[in-house]
Design a protein. Structure first.
Length: 289
Protein backbone atom coordinates (compact mmCIF):
# COMPACT_ATOMS: atom_id res chain seq x y z
CA UNK A 1 0.00 0.00 0.00
CA UNK A 2 2.75 2.41 0.89
CA UNK A 3 5.61 3.44 -1.33
CA UNK A 4 8.10 4.28 1.40
CA UNK A 5 9.86 1.44 3.13
CA UNK A 6 11.62 1.17 6.48
CA UNK A 7 15.42 1.13 6.51
CA UNK A 8 16.86 -0.88 9.39
CA UNK A 9 19.12 1.12 11.77
CA UNK A 10 22.80 0.16 11.81
CA UNK A 11 23.15 -3.10 13.67
CA UNK A 12 25.02 -6.33 13.75
CA UNK A 13 23.93 -9.21 11.58
CA UNK A 14 22.25 -10.81 14.56
CA UNK A 15 19.70 -7.98 14.69
CA UNK A 16 17.87 -9.64 11.82
CA UNK A 17 17.25 -12.88 13.63
CA UNK A 18 13.58 -13.67 13.91
CA UNK A 19 11.51 -15.51 16.45
CA UNK A 20 10.46 -19.10 15.92
CA UNK A 21 7.15 -20.74 16.66
CA UNK A 22 8.53 -22.00 19.96
CA UNK A 23 8.56 -18.40 21.22
CA UNK A 24 4.87 -17.80 20.62
CA UNK A 25 2.68 -16.75 23.49
CA UNK A 26 -0.21 -18.89 24.69
CA UNK A 27 -3.34 -19.07 22.60
CA UNK A 28 -6.63 -17.59 23.65
CA UNK A 29 -9.90 -19.30 24.44
CA UNK A 30 -12.20 -16.40 23.64
CA UNK A 31 -14.86 -16.22 20.94
CA UNK A 32 -16.26 -13.73 18.48
CA UNK A 33 -19.28 -12.99 16.32
CA UNK A 34 -19.76 -11.33 12.95
CA UNK A 35 -22.79 -9.25 12.05
CA UNK A 36 -23.51 -6.50 9.53
CA UNK A 37 -20.57 -5.43 7.38
CA UNK A 38 -19.24 -1.87 7.47
CA UNK A 39 -19.53 0.78 4.78
CA UNK A 40 -16.61 2.41 2.97
CA UNK A 41 -16.67 4.93 0.15
CA UNK A 42 -13.48 3.36 -1.19
CA UNK A 43 -13.48 -0.36 -1.72
CA UNK A 44 -11.03 -2.42 0.21
CA UNK A 45 -8.94 -4.96 -1.62
CA UNK A 46 -10.94 -7.98 -2.67
CA UNK A 47 -10.47 -10.84 -0.26
CA UNK A 48 -12.07 -14.25 -0.08
CA UNK A 49 -12.08 -15.04 3.58
CA UNK A 50 -12.21 -18.61 4.80
CA UNK A 51 -15.12 -19.69 6.93
CA UNK A 52 -14.30 -19.68 10.61
CA UNK A 53 -15.01 -22.65 12.82
CA UNK A 54 -16.20 -20.54 15.73
CA UNK A 55 -19.34 -22.01 17.26
CA UNK A 56 -19.95 -19.75 20.26
CA UNK A 57 -20.61 -16.11 19.43
CA UNK A 58 -20.71 -12.86 21.33
CA UNK A 59 -22.87 -9.90 20.41
CA UNK A 60 -21.41 -7.10 18.30
CA UNK A 61 -20.90 -3.78 20.01
CA UNK A 62 -23.03 -2.09 17.35
CA UNK A 63 -26.83 -2.31 16.94
CA UNK A 64 -27.95 -4.66 14.19
CA UNK A 65 -30.47 -2.22 12.68
CA UNK A 66 -28.62 0.63 11.00
CA UNK A 67 -31.42 1.64 8.63
CA UNK A 68 -32.33 4.78 10.60
CA UNK A 69 -28.82 5.77 11.66
CA UNK A 70 -27.06 8.73 10.05
CA UNK A 71 -23.99 8.18 7.89
CA UNK A 72 -20.75 9.73 9.13
CA UNK A 73 -17.88 10.52 6.77
CA UNK A 74 -14.36 9.95 8.10
CA UNK A 75 -11.23 11.38 6.46
CA UNK A 76 -8.28 9.27 7.55
CA UNK A 77 -4.50 9.66 7.34
CA UNK A 78 -2.11 11.69 5.24
CA UNK A 79 -3.65 10.17 2.11
CA UNK A 80 -7.09 11.44 3.23
CA UNK A 81 -8.75 8.12 2.64
CA UNK A 82 -12.53 8.41 2.84
CA UNK A 83 -14.53 6.01 5.02
CA UNK A 84 -18.21 6.03 5.92
CA UNK A 85 -19.94 4.42 8.88
CA UNK A 86 -23.28 4.50 10.69
CA UNK A 87 -23.40 6.93 13.58
CA UNK A 88 -24.84 4.38 16.00
CA UNK A 89 -21.97 1.99 15.21
CA UNK A 90 -19.32 4.64 15.82
CA UNK A 91 -20.97 5.65 19.10
CA UNK A 92 -19.95 2.29 20.58
CA UNK A 93 -16.67 4.17 21.01
CA UNK A 94 -16.68 6.87 23.73
CA UNK A 95 -14.22 8.84 21.60
CA UNK A 96 -16.52 9.05 18.57
CA UNK A 97 -19.61 9.51 20.73
CA UNK A 98 -18.07 12.62 22.30
CA UNK A 99 -16.97 14.00 18.91
CA UNK A 100 -20.40 13.51 17.36
CA UNK A 101 -22.21 15.01 20.36
CA UNK A 102 -20.11 18.15 20.03
CA UNK A 103 -21.16 18.63 16.41
CA UNK A 104 -24.28 20.52 15.39
CA UNK A 105 -27.34 18.38 16.06
CA UNK A 106 -29.08 19.58 12.90
CA UNK A 107 -25.98 19.12 10.74
CA UNK A 108 -26.82 17.36 7.49
CA UNK A 109 -23.20 16.37 6.87
CA UNK A 110 -21.42 14.66 9.76
CA UNK A 111 -17.69 14.54 9.18
CA UNK A 112 -14.71 13.51 11.32
CA UNK A 113 -11.07 14.05 10.40
CA UNK A 114 -8.39 11.64 11.67
CA UNK A 115 -5.15 12.93 10.07
CA UNK A 116 -2.80 10.99 12.37
CA UNK A 117 -4.47 7.61 11.93
CA UNK A 118 -3.25 4.97 9.48
CA UNK A 119 -6.05 3.99 7.03
CA UNK A 120 -5.21 0.28 7.33
CA UNK A 121 -5.52 0.47 11.11
CA UNK A 122 -8.78 2.40 11.03
CA UNK A 123 -10.17 -0.10 8.54
CA UNK A 124 -9.53 -2.87 11.09
CA UNK A 125 -11.10 -0.80 13.89
CA UNK A 126 -14.19 -0.18 11.75
CA UNK A 127 -14.38 -3.86 10.81
CA UNK A 128 -14.29 -4.75 14.50
CA UNK A 129 -17.09 -2.31 15.32
CA UNK A 130 -19.35 -4.00 12.77
CA UNK A 131 -18.29 -7.64 13.13
CA UNK A 132 -16.73 -8.07 16.56
CA UNK A 133 -13.37 -9.07 15.00
CA UNK A 134 -10.96 -7.99 12.27
CA UNK A 135 -8.98 -9.82 9.60
CA UNK A 136 -7.36 -12.27 10.05
CA UNK A 137 -9.97 -13.59 12.43
CA UNK A 138 -9.55 -16.06 15.26
CA UNK A 139 -10.77 -19.58 14.49
CA UNK A 140 -11.25 -22.46 16.87
CA UNK A 141 -9.11 -25.56 16.45
CA UNK A 142 -11.34 -28.34 17.75
CA UNK A 143 -8.57 -30.95 17.85
CA UNK A 144 -6.29 -28.81 20.00
CA UNK A 145 -9.15 -26.95 21.71
CA UNK A 146 -7.38 -23.66 21.09
CA UNK A 147 -7.74 -20.47 19.08
CA UNK A 148 -5.63 -19.71 16.02
CA UNK A 149 -5.45 -17.07 13.30
CA UNK A 150 -7.36 -18.06 10.20
CA UNK A 151 -5.25 -19.14 7.23
CA UNK A 152 -5.60 -16.71 4.32
CA UNK A 153 -6.30 -17.99 0.79
CA UNK A 154 -3.27 -18.72 -1.37
CA UNK A 155 -3.79 -15.57 -3.44
CA UNK A 156 -3.91 -13.34 -0.34
CA UNK A 157 -0.71 -12.50 1.52
CA UNK A 158 -1.18 -11.39 5.10
CA UNK A 159 1.54 -9.21 6.59
CA UNK A 160 1.70 -8.99 10.41
CA UNK A 161 3.43 -5.60 10.13
CA UNK A 162 2.51 -2.25 8.59
CA UNK A 163 4.50 0.79 7.54
CA UNK A 164 3.61 3.59 9.96
CA UNK A 165 4.15 7.16 8.77
CA UNK A 166 4.47 8.44 12.33
CA UNK A 167 7.63 6.44 13.00
CA UNK A 168 8.69 6.01 9.38
CA UNK A 169 9.13 2.31 9.84
CA UNK A 170 7.56 -1.11 10.28
CA UNK A 171 5.45 -1.91 13.34
CA UNK A 172 3.40 -4.89 14.41
CA UNK A 173 -0.13 -4.23 13.18
CA UNK A 174 -1.81 -5.68 16.29
CA UNK A 175 0.23 -3.35 18.51
CA UNK A 176 -0.94 -0.29 16.58
CA UNK A 177 -4.53 -1.56 16.73
CA UNK A 178 -4.21 -2.00 20.50
CA UNK A 179 -3.05 1.62 20.83
CA UNK A 180 -5.90 2.79 18.59
CA UNK A 181 -8.35 0.86 20.77
CA UNK A 182 -6.87 2.62 23.81
CA UNK A 183 -7.50 5.97 22.12
CA UNK A 184 -11.06 5.10 21.09
CA UNK A 185 -12.01 3.50 24.42
CA UNK A 186 -12.60 -0.02 23.04
CA UNK A 187 -11.45 -2.34 25.81
CA UNK A 188 -12.60 -5.54 24.11
CA UNK A 189 -10.67 -4.64 20.95
CA UNK A 190 -7.57 -4.24 23.12
CA UNK A 191 -8.03 -7.79 24.39
CA UNK A 192 -8.59 -9.13 20.86
CA UNK A 193 -5.49 -7.45 19.42
CA UNK A 194 -3.34 -8.59 22.34
CA UNK A 195 -4.41 -12.22 21.84
CA UNK A 196 -3.67 -12.04 18.13
CA UNK A 197 -0.28 -10.50 18.74
CA UNK A 198 0.61 -13.48 20.89
CA UNK A 199 0.01 -15.78 17.91
CA UNK A 200 2.47 -14.03 15.59
CA UNK A 201 5.90 -15.50 14.83
CA UNK A 202 8.91 -14.84 12.62
CA UNK A 203 9.12 -11.16 13.63
CA UNK A 204 12.53 -9.47 13.45
CA UNK A 205 14.12 -8.17 16.66
CA UNK A 206 14.27 -4.63 15.26
CA UNK A 207 10.50 -4.66 14.60
CA UNK A 208 9.81 -5.98 18.10
CA UNK A 209 11.82 -3.15 19.67
CA UNK A 210 10.28 -0.47 17.45
CA UNK A 211 6.80 -1.77 18.30
CA UNK A 212 7.62 -1.87 22.03
CA UNK A 213 8.80 1.74 21.86
CA UNK A 214 5.57 2.70 20.04
CA UNK A 215 3.50 0.85 22.65
CA UNK A 216 5.16 2.80 25.46
CA UNK A 217 4.62 6.10 23.64
CA UNK A 218 0.92 5.46 22.99
CA UNK A 219 -0.36 3.79 26.16
CA UNK A 220 -0.76 5.28 29.65
CA UNK A 221 1.67 4.41 32.43
CA UNK A 222 -1.15 2.41 34.03
CA UNK A 223 -1.25 -0.04 31.12
CA UNK A 224 -0.46 -3.49 32.45
CA UNK A 225 -1.15 -5.61 29.38
CA UNK A 226 0.69 -4.55 26.23
CA UNK A 227 3.76 -3.23 28.05
CA UNK A 228 4.00 -6.41 30.12
CA UNK A 229 3.65 -8.45 26.94
CA UNK A 230 6.76 -6.86 25.46
CA UNK A 231 8.78 -7.13 28.67
CA UNK A 232 7.96 -10.84 28.94
CA UNK A 233 8.74 -11.39 25.25
CA UNK A 234 12.16 -9.73 25.46
CA UNK A 235 13.09 -11.62 28.64
CA UNK A 236 11.93 -14.93 27.20
CA UNK A 237 13.92 -14.27 24.01
CA UNK A 238 16.93 -12.75 25.78
CA UNK A 239 19.41 -14.99 23.96
CA UNK A 240 18.40 -13.28 20.72
CA UNK A 241 18.20 -9.75 22.06
CA UNK A 242 21.52 -9.75 23.90
CA UNK A 243 23.26 -10.37 20.57
CA UNK A 244 21.18 -7.75 18.78
CA UNK A 245 22.95 -4.63 17.54
CA UNK A 246 19.54 -2.97 17.33
CA UNK A 247 19.00 -3.63 21.04
CA UNK A 248 22.31 -1.95 21.81
CA UNK A 249 21.41 1.05 19.67
CA UNK A 250 17.95 1.38 21.21
CA UNK A 251 19.37 1.28 24.74
CA UNK A 252 22.03 3.82 23.82
CA UNK A 253 19.45 6.22 22.36
CA UNK A 254 17.11 5.78 25.34
CA UNK A 255 14.23 8.25 25.54
CA UNK A 256 11.70 5.71 26.82
CA UNK A 257 10.72 4.05 30.09
CA UNK A 258 10.88 0.68 28.35
CA UNK A 259 14.42 -0.17 29.34
CA UNK A 260 14.05 0.77 33.02
CA UNK A 261 10.93 -1.41 33.20
CA UNK A 262 12.89 -4.17 31.48
CA UNK A 263 15.66 -3.82 34.07
CA UNK A 264 13.13 -4.08 36.93
CA UNK A 265 11.47 -7.09 35.32
CA UNK A 266 14.82 -8.83 34.90
CA UNK A 267 15.71 -8.13 38.55
CA UNK A 268 12.39 -9.59 39.66
CA UNK A 269 13.02 -12.62 37.47
CA UNK A 270 16.45 -13.18 39.03
CA UNK A 271 14.99 -12.70 42.54
CA UNK A 272 12.33 -15.31 41.85
CA UNK A 273 14.96 -17.81 40.70
CA UNK A 274 17.15 -17.05 43.73
CA UNK A 275 14.24 -17.45 46.14
CA UNK A 276 13.21 -20.74 44.57
CA UNK A 277 16.75 -22.14 44.75
CA UNK A 278 17.15 -21.15 48.44
CA UNK A 279 13.80 -22.55 49.55
CA UNK A 280 14.28 -25.94 51.26
CA UNK A 281 12.40 -28.77 49.63
CA UNK A 282 9.64 -30.28 51.74
CA UNK A 283 9.03 -34.06 51.60
CA UNK A 284 5.59 -35.59 51.68
CA UNK A 285 5.82 -35.95 55.45
CA UNK A 286 5.72 -32.15 55.70
CA UNK A 287 9.17 -31.85 57.30
CA UNK A 288 12.06 -30.04 55.56
CA UNK A 289 15.10 -32.05 54.49
Amino acid sequence: MFSRRFEQPPSSSSAHKSFSKSQRLGRSNSSFSAKDAGVSKRRHESRRRPTTSSSSMMGSESPSDNSISAIVTLVVGQEQRIFAAHENVLCASPFFQAVLQNQMLDSQSKKISLPDEEPEIFSSVLEYLYKGDYYPRLVHNKKRNSWELESPPEEVRHEPTIYHHGVEGELLKDTVIYCAAEKYGLDELKRVSLRKQGLQSGIQASTILASARYAYANTPDTDSKLRAHYLALIIRSRSTFKRSGTMQLEMYNGGTQLFFDLFVALCNHVDDISTASNTPRTPRSGRPF
